[in-house]
Write a protein that binds this ligand. Structure first.
Ligand code: RIB
Length: 304
């Protein structure tokens, strides 16, 4: 089996559950707290490994306790680390506000050492990327590193996925390197300037992105599912509702990690979207991000 190579960040997620966000200058009492492994690239790698993929994760860590947390979750999930240790920096962290009523979240992330991932770091892993089934990255580490990874993958004929999170403005040159672009609603809006609120408006935004050179777009729409469009085919995959939504943080990562596995196994697009939706649907019923990713057995049981 060829690997799924993910380039991105690991951070420690400090998640606070409360009725609402504090206003500036205000202190409020929360109802819950958890410290656990996070970072979009790491979460996606964990999701891929748990879902049956051979996941390799390229990143930078400091030499500290949060780096040990990273190694522990990767060991548990079966992710192969491709790490540069950066003793002059620190492993990053994210502050996550969790709305106790809805499970929705707001995040501040400081990537720390991963903000120093360089083009050279990526070029050092060129052989790994060239031998992959899938190369996937996000925008939490510097964009030139992400672009270099996509260039190496594209030149080798490797399927590329860019999860453009957090939102950033991207050149057509970068978008043209993406076989699949997987924004959520707000990222699709930021990339296109078009409002995205439902599957119909998601398709309009997707077509605008196709016109800029993307191969296919999957807009994730939370409870409204996901909208796929490649110009010839448009598909709407409904969200899988599997009980109480406890924590939506990392749902996009679950979707992307599962989607990468499905593509690496050669599933047709409709089945790949369902596999990704099942991965995300299970993850939101559990607290945490990486810790909430389902096993392949759980996904298969759900999909029958
Ligand atoms: O997508 C969720 C992730 O975004 C969190 O784990 C947090 O670390 C941020 O990177």
């Amino acid at each position: 089996m060829k690997p799924i190579v993910n380039l991105g960040i690991f951070v420690a997620d400090a998640a606070f559950r409360a009725a609402r966000m504090p206003r500036m200058g205000e202190t409020i009492l929360g109802s819950g707290f958890a410290l656990g492994p996070g970072g979009k690239g790491s979460n996606q790698s964990v999701a891929s490994a748990m879902a049956g993929g051979k996941a390799h994760f390229i990143t930078r860590l400091g030499n500290d306790d949060f780096a040990a947390m990273a190694r522990s979750i990767w060991d548990k999930a079966g992710v192969t680390p491709e790490v540069t240790i950066d003793a002059e920096s620190f492993t990053g962290a994210a502050m996550i506000f969790l709305d106790e009523a809805t499970g929705n979240n707001a995040i501040i992330v400081t990537p720390g050492a991963a903000n120093r991932i360089s083009v050279a770091d990526v070029e050092n892993r060129a052989a790994l990327i060239e031998g992959a089934a899938i190369f996937i990255t996000q925008l939490e580490q510097p964009i030139p590193a992400a672009q270099r990874g996509l260039e190496i993958a594209r030149a080798a004929g490797v399927t590329t996925i860019l999860n453009p999170a957090p939102a950033a403005s991207l050149t057509d040159a970068m978008l043209g390197l993406c076989d699949y672009l997987t924004p959520n609603e707000s990222e699709a809006e930021a990339l296109t300037g078009l409002p995205v609120t439902d599957p119909t408006s998601a398709e309009t935004a997707a077509r605008a992105l196709l016109a800029r050179g993307v191969g296919a777009v999957v807009v994730t729409l939370g409870g409204q599912g996901a909208l796929y469009c490649d110009g010839a085919t448009t598909l709407h995959c409904p969200a899988m509702r599997l009980g109480k939504v406890v924590d939506t943080t990392g749902a996009g990562d679950a979707f992307n990690g599962g989607f990468a596995v499905a593509l690496s196994e050669g599933m047709p697009i409709e089945a790949a979207l369902r596999f990704a939706s099942a991965t995300a649907g299970i993850s939101v019923t559990r607290p945490g991000t990486a810790a909430a990713m389902p096993s392949r057995a759980e996904i298969d049981a759900l999909l029958g």
